[in-house]
Ligand binder design. Structure first.
Ligand code: 3PG
Length: 347
């Protein structure tokens, strides 16, 4: 896979795929975390002499139709503020007007194209659509790790037609999560919680092959016990739960906190209970405190865990926080992500 240093951006129109799938409420961006993560790549490219950028992203799941509530316009405003420069907005990258904006971008200019999922061909991974979207560009950069588990046109097709590389965020994600796949320090521990057992099982099974201990919590652990699921010996299920099974219980909390303090490498994905309600936050609070106060290398990820960590202003206390939800889980389950595969096989 090529990285930013491997390609020449001078005097080029550069197409950058980001994941600006951010929460928007009443036309306002509620959390700019993912926009900030794209800045190093965009700033690096803009510094190259006479380069110009068009950014494409999706937001939500508009189902291949134009839907104003999924517009990226509010994101363009935030991006402009963060970059401290004008960000042009392309209402439709496949229209004659879109074409004109792309062709007339001046050196050092940047534009953001409207939600690429307004076109059904994005999600059907349409080859011709991908060619149309990228035909004015000299190079392509994928900095959307968190969307790279999707075999979609601007993720999986474009690298077949343009010299392509990973952006800084993608590079960092692949480096750090590759460490998490083969923990360089022992004892290694994965703490897996959350609700969607079908997405977590492949991760538990894959990590159990290489990790010393896997602690399970959250709804998945309730379900695993109810269904009497069998795991390998290093997978630990809770001994007790809170009333209603909405959190791990006091005995489990004590046991998990002691185990965490002995680990040297920790990956955390998924809360231990229904943390949105204070009554069921004790397990997640205890696990979080134990992880951040340990000297272990700490990696966390997953939508809910990141939301929880941010609510505690805890991001700085981790060595790495993945921007990926589904993408992180698929990576950790050992699957090859279509976006990464496409970069590896790019022309
Ligand atoms: C995410 O938020 O995990 C990514 O942007 C992917 O979104 P999707 O699940 O709608 O494909």
């Amino acid at each position: 896979m090529k990285y930013l240093n491997d390609l020449d951006f001078k005097n080029k129109r550069v197409l950058v795929r980001t994941d600006f799938n951010v929460p928007v409420e009443n036309g306002m961006v509620r959390d700019d975390f993912r926009i900030k993560l794209a800045l190093p790549t965009l700033e690096y490219i803009l510094k190259q002499s006479k380069s110009k950028i068009v950014v494409v992203s999706h937001l939500g799941r508009p189902g291949g139709k134009v839907s104003p509530e999924f517009s990226l316009k509010p994101v363009a405003q935030i991006l402009s503020k963060l970059l401290k420069k004008e960000v042009k907005f392309i209402a439709d990258i496949k229209s004659a007007e879109g074409d004109e904006i792309v062709r007339n971008l001046s050196d050092g200019e940047i534009a953001l194209a409207e939600n690429i999922r307004f076109h059904p061909e994005e999600e059907t991974n349409d080859e011709k659509f991908a060619i149309d979207v990228c035909h004015h560009f000299g190079v392509f950069v994928n900095d959307a790790f968190s969307a790279s588990h999707r075999a979609h046109a601007t993720i999986a097709q474009i690298p077949r037609f343009k010299p392509s590389c990973a952006g800084f965020l993608m590079q960092k994600e692949v480096e750090e999560l590759s460490k998490a796949l083969k923990p360089p320090k022992r004892p290694s521990m994965a703490v897996i919680g959350g609700a969607k057992i079908e997405t977590k099982l492949p991760v538990i099974e894959n990590l159990a092959k290489v990790y010393d201990v896997i602690l399970l919590g959250g709804k998945i652990s309730v379900e695993a016990k109810e269904k009497n699921m069998k795991f390998s010996q290093n997978v630990v299920l809770p001994e007790d739960f809170s009333e209603g099974n909405f959190d791990i219980g006091p005995k489990t909390i004590e046991k998990y906190v002691t185990a965490i303090s002995a680990a040297s490498f920790i990956v955390w994905n998924g809360p231990m209970g229904k943390f949105e309600e204070e009554a069921y936050r004790k397990g997640t609070d205890a696990v979080f405190e134990a992880i951040v106060s340990s000297d272990a290398w700490k990696i966390a990820g997953g939508g809910e865990s990141v939301e929880y960590i941010n609510s505690k202003d805890g991001a700085e206390k981790f060595d790495f926080i993945s921007s990926g939800g589904g993408a992180m889980l698929e990576f950790l389950s050992g699957k090859r992500l279509p976006g990464i595969e496409a970069l590896e096989n790019s022309i």
